[in-house]
Design a protein around this ligand. Structure first.
Ligand code: ASP
Length: 325
């Protein structure tokens, strides 16, 4: 009996030492960051900036793999099944909190299958339309879509995408259901918007700012309480006539459940460094956002936030009666 306890203690100890030695060498090869939306879209843009800066901090290469579809749930499922060795990490947004209520048959659990690393940024949304969409301000747009509800089309990136959630809030605010066109990300949706194949969408400033500034699309409002400094001429939705229409798309970083704590600690440190990186700060500002405060870039803050967001969205989604099987 005593012998058996001794052997199992010894085994635990050697496992611990092995995982510590493994963590000391970490990272010794390329790290893959999974982005659950298309390349060239808003989440991809945030991921590439953060991945590059984290890689510099850890003296490692971080490559981006876009595993898009179903509002981010395909990429999340892939991460949930990945080896918890620190070589797969996951950048997702608010969709991580809404998926449990939206998808009846989710193959993963947002709490049990992921290790939180930290929050990254809260990105404002903009209501944008194809350049030749007739309405010229938000009031005109609301009247126009109500009068033409059978022919106007709204683009989104699938159930649970920020563009879908905001569209849901918008349709409920104007009490009008519209035809939605789903994409694997708002990167491809933006191409169709600029090409005139779809009428309008609500999308992150990380995807819309340069097209707005370049005059390639029309903009009707930002979803923040106050105006976005990089888009000073764009009114808030509240100013433009939709009171209290506020949405911020929080982004966060995770690893598969079971990733050793010493590795998570290294990833947290790299994330914190990335959020202080001058290129990240400058690009974020140009794209209408900023890094979160340092005390939100850690596992505890993300855990608390995720739980609060899951609890916040579940009744809203239930009431809206939106779900996927
Ligand atoms: N974040 C998504 C993307 O990168 C779009 C969305 O959530 O609406 O394409």
């Amino acid at each position: 009996m005593i012998g058996r306890i001794f052997v199992s203690t010894l085994m635990c100890l050697s496992l611990l030492i092995a995982s510590q030695a493994f963590a000391e060498d970490y990272p010794s090869k390329v790290i893959t960051m999974i982005i659950p939306f298309s390349a060239g879209g808003p989440t991809d843009t945030v991921g590439r900036l953060i991945g590059k800066a984290m890689g510099e901090s850890m003296k490692a290469q971080i490559i981006i793999e876009n595993v898009a579809g179903a509002g981010g749930t395909i990429g999340a499922a892939r991460v949930a099944r990945s080896d918890p060795d620190g070589y797969t990490i996951f950048l997702h947004h608010i969709g991580q909190a809404t998926a449990p209520a939206l998808y009846r048959k989710l193959s993963y659990d947002v709490f049990k299958d992921f290790e939180p690393i930290g929050l990254i940024t809260d990105v404002p949304m903009t209501l944008v339309a194809r350049k030749d969409f007739p309405p010229n301000n938000l009031q005109e747009l609301i009247a126009y879509v109500k009068a033409n509800k059978d022919k106007v089309t709204y683009a989104n990136a699938g159930l649970g995408a920020a563009s879908h959630l905001s569209g849901m809030l918008f349709m409920s605010a104007i009490e009008t259901a519209l035809t939605t066109i789903p994409y694997k990300g708002t990167g491809p949706a933006m191409n169709d918007l600029m090409g005139g194949q779809v009428d309008f969408m609500i999308d992150q400033t990380t995807n819309t700012t340069s097209q707005i500034k370049g005059g390639k699309i029309k903009v009707y409002g930002v979803t923040t309480k106050t105006r976005v400094p990089s888009l000073p001429d764009v009114p808030t939705m509240h100013e433009a006539g939709l009171p209290n229409f506020e949405v911020a798309v929080w982004h966060a970083l995770y690893a598969p459940k079971g990733t050793p704590k010493p590795i998570i600690d290294k990833l947290v440190k790299a994330l914190k460094d990335a959020l202080k990186d001058s290129n990240v700060k400058q690009r974020f500002a140009e794209l209408g956002t900023e890094p979160v405060a340092d005390n939100r870039a850690n596992p505890e803050a993300l855990s608390t936030h995720l739980k609060a967001e899951v609890d916040k969205w579940a009744p809203i989604i239930k009431k809206a009666g939106v779900y996927a099987d």
